[in-house]
Design a protein around this ligand. Structure first.
Ligand code: FES
Length: 135
């Protein structure tokens, strides 16, 4: 069996939503100290919906594929849904990742969480709604 699924290879070779959003509503950057990979997410949010999302990933193929898939999973979704995105969901949508590459999908979850935290820091009035969803 191939080490990587076709979906992983597809998102690695043709990553979706690569780039930068100028004046993004939320920006998050995370890294993994062990492998040194870095992921940055930009969110555009209108009426509590993620209307656009872009990423820049300096990292391995699984990190690029995970970022790409994560953006697809939250684009057009309510913020409340984006907040629930787990690394497991990203890995499953990619038809799996090798065990030792699961941390790459964790970066994608963390980058989105970090961008959402940034959004809520800029818009504290939205936070009570978010807390209701989280709890
Ligand atoms: Fe670290 Fe992939 S090897 S994110």
């Amino acid at each position: 069996m191939a080490l990587y699924s076709e979906k992983v290879m597809d998102h690695f070779r043709n990553p979706r939503n690569v780039g930068v959003i100028e004046n993004a509503d939320g920006v998050g950057e995370v890294g993994n100290a062990k492998c040194g990979d870095i992921m940055k997410m930009y969110l555009k949010i209108d009426d509590d919906v993620v209307t656009d999302v872009k990423f820049e990933t300096f990292g391995c193929g699984s990190a690029i594929a995970s970022s790409s898939m994560a953006t697809e999973l939250i684009k057009g979704k309510p913020v409340s849904e984006a907040m629930q995105l787990t690394n497991k969901a990203v890995a499953e949508a990619l038809d799996g990742l090798p065990d030792y590459k699961m941390h790459c999908s964790v970066l994608a979850e963390e980058a989105i969480q970090s961008a959402l935290d940034d959004y809520y820091n800029k818009h504290p009035e939205k936070k009570s709604i978010a807390n209701d969803v989280r709890n």
